[in-house]
Structures are given as C-alpha cells and as structure tokens.
Design a protein around this ligand. Sequence first.
Ligand SMILES: C[S@@+](CC[C@H](N)C(=O)[O-])C[C@H]1O[C@@H](n2cnc3c(N)ncnc32)[C@H](O)[C@@H]1O
Length: 308
Amino acid sequence: MSQGRATVLCVMAVADCAVLSPPIGAPTSAIAAVNVASMPQRSPLRYPGGKTWLIPHIRHWLAKPGPLLVEPFVGGGIVALTAVMENLVDRVLMVDIDRDVAAFWRAALTHGEELAAKVLEFPISRANVEKLEQRAPETVLDHGFRTLVLNRTRRGGVLAPGAALTRRGENGNGVASRCYPQTLADRLRAITSHADRITFCEGDGVAMLELIARIDGARFFVDPPYTGRGGKRAGSRLYAHNAVSHRRIFDALACAECDFLMTYDCSPEILGLVSDYGFEAVAVEMKNTHHDRIPELVINRDRLFANS
Ligand SMILES: C[S@@+](CC[C@H](N)C(=O)[O-])C[C@H]1O[C@@H](n2cnc3c(N)ncnc32)[C@H](O)[C@@H]1O
C-alpha cells in the first residue's frame, strides 16, 4: 500500500472512529462479531477486553488443525481454551506478565480440583471478599483463588490496582451477581481435563514472541493491551501492565513470517503499522457493555476475512 493511501486511511479512521460507524479505514470483516452469550463460555475469568466475540474468526483461522498456538497476552485465555477444547490445535502456550493472572493460571492448571472445591465452599459476601482482598496469599492455590474471586466480584472484572468491588450488581445481588460457583467449578474441571495440553508461562509476551516466533508450525494469537491515541485508551485502567511496544510486536511477527492473528483498537497508529508492515486488517463492529458500537481491528498476514 502506498504511503499516501495509508495516510488517507488513517485520516478516515480518525474521523470514523470518532462517530463509531463504518467504514473505518479497513474493510469490514465477512464474519460478524457474535453475541457472546451464544458462544461456549470456557474461561472462569470474566476478562476485560475478552475475545469471546472473536471465536468465529478464530475457528475460521484455525480451520486446518496445527501443533501449537501461542497466546503471548493471554488474560482470560478464551482463545487458547477454545483452541484446545475444540481440538483446533494440539497444544497451547499461554503467557501473561501479570502476577495475579499468572497465579490464577498456575492454580487452575496444577490444582484445578482444589481450586474448584474452594470456589464451591467460599461463602460469598462483601465482608468475606474484602477480607480475602486484604490477606496476602501464601500459596499458589490461595493466590489463584484470590485472583478468581476478585475478578468475579470487582466492577467489570478489572484486576488492576484501584478497581472497586461491584456495588449493586445484577438484580441488586452485589458482589455475588457474577459469581456462579457451580459454573466456575465446571469450567475449572474442564480446564483440568485438558491441562496436559496447556502450558502457562509468566513473563513478557513481547520478548517471548521475539524468541519463539520462528518455531516451525506455531501460530500466534496476539491481543496486547492498547492505550494509544484514537483507541479506547482503556488499557491503562484495565490492566496493571499496559505499556508495550506495538512496533516491536509487529516487527517480531513480520521478521518471523509466522502465521498470526492480532486484534487491536481501531486507531491511526495501528492502521499505520498495518500499512508499514504490509499486513491485512479488517474491522469488526463490536457492541460493548454500554451497547456502543466499537470497531475493532482483526489483523493478519493474508486477506482471510475481507469481503471480496
Ligand atoms: C487485552 S488483554 C488480553 C485479553 C485476552 N485476549 C482475553 O480474551 O481474555 C491484554 C493482557 O496482556 C497482559 N500484558 C500486558 N503487558 C504484557 C506483557 N508485556 N507481556 C505479557 N502480557 C502482558 C495483561 O496483563 C492482559 O492480561
């Protein structure tokens, strides 16, 4: 794409992102975002920025099964869990830098049954959640349990420092309104039954990407936090870690010539990188929790999702 055309697209993106209606500087995806309620909910975490709406794209992308999917910014892990549980890949490698998120995945993968038992036993109340919040966890199991409870009881599932507990919640159920012990225990048990195919690693997803992007046959689902101009800028309050070099990510993927799928807020900065690296982007219109229509970019190397 020429520099001039990229500039025009970026200007269009600024204008169109502002009014939140397509076209937005990238063609619309041939696959629509789905209502998340119609998708299998596999993650016990209620993750801000979670990608359940993207599952039809993921299934299409991974239609030909492969050996390994790497998710360097795994968060709630809905993509990795779906890939393993629907046998779209043999194994997944999940990475996240957040120590609370890391503790959850370690506990879920190595102490899943005990974690499920703790969820079923916990007498949910505001006072008990506050007590749990203030106590430093002593074991990985305790830490993972604390992460899960705080994720399910804080507003919007936000784990970053300063996030408040839900007040009224759904139907006035307060902190209990997003805690479904039996459902969470079932999801944890489903993870346990696939744990031999899931590896979690706590660390920097960008460095990991640079290290392993050339592994033969590996595919990468990349969903980094985003705080840039023109985006939702929510990354800074949603995640404790939110500063990553987007150019380093694009560079690692371009140099390795690997198969990847990336998602980003629709912003001039990201459309500029897509153009610089010769990648393809489509827009998917998402409805957020306030029912605003937000365009998100789905980026990969080939024209996989564009309407012809
Ligand atoms: C947009 S969220 C991922 C959401 C995920 N795709 C889902 O569906 O739940 C971004 C995640 O990246 C993590 N993160 C931020 N900086 C990171 C880094 N340098 N390396 C690895 N993970 C990082 C955050 O902790 C957060 O969990």
